[in-house]
Write a protein that binds this ligand. Structure first.
Ligand SMILES: *Cc1c(COP(=O)(O)O)cnc(C)c1O
Length: 415
């Protein structure tokens, strides 16, 4: 299954592309497992095109690496997983499009239920013979989607009476990535009140989950039997206050190439509006990546690339499709340019912070235009080009074999 020499990989790696390390993804999943007892299930969150890393391939890789569930935000994302051959249970975490619920039921997709119109729709469908499986969403302080502990018993009884299958109950923390534990402690109390209210009417859903990456890392999973992790699976930290431990590996690198190498003469400006003007003759390289590829426009005159191991500061505006960097000493056209990667390159966190954002937004903005090459142990095992509509994904069984060779054993850490 080594695709390293296939024409697509050879062509695309010569230009702007993302390189996603599925071995590192499997290792991050294995590391996350060590935070809970072995019977606790792990739901890998792959919403938003797997935080920009590619929904189909990350879904397949999570399945191959032994995740128990996948989580997405929209029914359409769940359908894409099914169309890509993913057989794991899939939970749509956010408000479903009520006009797509029958599609979700047909594709065996589980829905989070957290609004009264969604309940009405599910009850009507169930009475017509179309029965959904749901996880009840409890609003414990995020105040976005879900029912409170005083509402949930009536809702659950109505769903149950109509025949809707209640497989789970869950909540989502508003502030698990802050240092202050109080909001999360309060949310746990409200979640437990909701579980008590359900128990009082004889409803005890099999799956109970609350923790996201931050709560898992900070030991706030509570008395639950599933955890949901997104950002940490990609090797990225929930926040500066709650970093992932250093052994977690960012799985994405972004690369481009020096397309034109030239000298900006003293007093000449660079790209739109001349926000950078050369003080002295400056060797520069034009790189075919821009904000339409997810490189934040706010990185003008402060971000940097890495070429031949040297930092190459971005000069002038980040354009839609091209960006210019100063290259001390000059480089040859065709030289690979690292956009995102290990130091000294920018990380998604540093590029996000520089523009007043975070690594979640930086990652999800790695846009669809860029081809993605998936590697295990430096060998290409798959690729995807959404604009061309071309993709090659390995079979889950082959991927499992490849990932087993590069993953870590799982064990609960002492203490
Ligand atoms: C996005 C999301 C997650 C994952 O959060 P991370 O911080 O990326 O781990 C978990 N649960 C819900 C409901 C979400 O929407």
């Amino acid at each position: 299954m080594n695709l390293t020499n296939t024409p697509q990989v050879a062509r695309w790696t010569a230009g702007t592309h993302a390189r996603i390390d599925l071995g590192a993804y499997a290792r991050n999943l294995a590391r996350l497992r060590t935070y809970s007892p072995p019977e606790v299930k792990l739901l890998a969150v792959v919403k938003a095109d797997a935080y920009g890393h590619g929904l189909a391939m990350c879904g397949l890789a999570a399945e191959a690496a032994g995740a128990d569930w996948l989580g997405v935000a929209r029914i359409q994302e769940a359908l894409r997983l099914r169309n890509s051959g993913v057989s794991l249970p899939v939970l749509v975490l956010g408000p479903p499009n009520l006009h797509e619920i029958e599609l979700a039921i047909a594709a065996k997709i589980t829905l989070a239920i957290g609004s009264y119109t969604a309940v009405d729709r599910l009850v009507a469908l169930a009475e017509g013979g179309s029965v959904a499986r749901v996880h009840l969403k409890i609003d414990t302080g995020m105040r976005r989607y879900g029912f409170t502990s005083t509402e949930i018993a009536d809702v659950a009884l109505r769903l149950q009476a109509a025949g809707v299958v209640i497989d789970g109950v869950f909540t989502h923390f508003a502030s698990a990535d802050d240092l202050d534990p109080l909001p999360t402690t309060n949310a746990h109390a409200e979640f437990n009140a909701a579980r008590d209210a359900l128990r009082d009417v004889g409803i005890e859903p099999a799956l109970v989950h609350a923790a996201n990456s931050a709560a898992l890392i900070t030991d706030f999973a509570g008395d639950t039997n599933m955890v949901r992790s997104g950002i940490a699976t990609y090797g990225l930290s929930p926040s500066p206050e709650v970093p992932v431990p250093s052994e977690f590996e960012p799985i994405a690198e972004v690369w481009s190439t020096a397309a034109r190498c030239f000298t900006v003469r003293a007093l000449q400006g660079v790209t739109y509006n001349y926000t950078w003007i050369a003080e002295v003759d400056t060797p520069a390289a034009t790189v075919p990546i821009g904000y339409a590829d997810g490189l934040p426009r706010g990185l003008q005159n402060q971000g940097w690339f890495v070429i031949n191991g040297d930092v190459a500061p971005i000069i002038g505006r980040v354009c839609m499709d091209q960006t210019v960097a100063a290259v001390a000493g000059g480089v040859a056209e065709g030289t690979p340019v690292q956009i995102i990667g290990p130091a000294p390159a920018m990380s998604l966190a540093t590029s996000g912070e520089m523009v007043g954002s975070n690594n979640y937004e930086a990652a999800t903005r790695m846009m669809a235009r860029m081809p993605r090459v998936y590697v295990v142990d430096n060998e290409a095992v798959g690729w995807e080009h959404l604009l061309l509509g071309e993709a090659s994904y390995p079979a889950v069984g082959d991927l499992r074999t490849a990932l087993e060779a590069v993953s870590l054993p799982t064990a609960v850490p002492a203490g």
